[in-house]
Design a protein around this ligand. Sequence first.
Ligand code: 0X9
Ligand code: ZN
Length: 302
Amino acid sequence: SISFNVYQRYDAITAYLEELSKTYSSRVKVTSIGDSYEKRQLHAITITNGDGVANKNVILMDAGIHAREWIAPAAALYVIQQLVENYEQNSHLLANYDWIIVPLINPDGYEYSHTRDRLWRKTRKPVTIFCDGTDGNRNFDFHWGEIATSSHACASTFSGSSAFSEPETQALRDLMHSLSGRAKFYLSLHSFGNYLLYPWGYTSELPENWRDIDDIARAGATAIKTATGTDYTVGSTSNVLYPASGGSLDYALAKAKIPVPMVMELPSAGQQFDPPLSKIEELAFETWIGIKAIAEKIIEKY
Ligand code: 0X9
Ligand code: ZN
């Protein structure tokens, strides 16, 4: 089991995933999709209904590409807990779909934000003798380095020495491509600001299927509003937040051909990247309500 009254560290998250894979071995598999720069395993949990049917459609999620956004991995763990430990109530979400979740895609940065620098955002691979780290969400190879990214190694939005310069973004890229054709929905969890975002980040134009994506995102926002009263803004990244290129969101649609990709910027509870410990569980629950509503739409339409 895992508790939501603290922000869990990498080792505790890993132990929880291992525990689930042992306790629920017919429905859960934990794999490593690669190593971080500091040689931490990047764990993906595959959750199924255990019926043994191969190559089902997939819902793909990640969290924690930005180190300091601690509520994001917490919410991903909550989704995992609901799908695995509360399976009976959620089995409809696993009948024809498998879920693959990477709850902490940037563990080096996450640990560094716990031990050294609370506001660290990037990965941890050195770039120059003075500065470390690349913004993982500027490092994807689609309009890489064009907009709202920095070419300065010391900047918090440094796009990297090249596209996919980081082992963490390479691993996520490879996972996306390995699920090509199967993955229908991709969700990347971030914080903060209550946004449900879809492509594009690189241009204010909209993707050809934006009406479908928008409709599905609004189902999530409405479910959250109904459950807790929390407001989410829904729209394309460049139109409702800011233009930015090289993110995993745009890459998922353009290159991995995942038809419905979204970024969710979770609430701050008035404390930026530090929602109080007493709020973690309710924010994670509320996020789960939104994700469940979105997943139900996806399952119905794809
Ligand atoms: O700037 C970002 O990477 C995200 N916001 S955050 O405050 N969590 O850093 C927004 C990402 C939206 N998606 C794209 N830029 N494609
Ligand atoms: Zn972020």
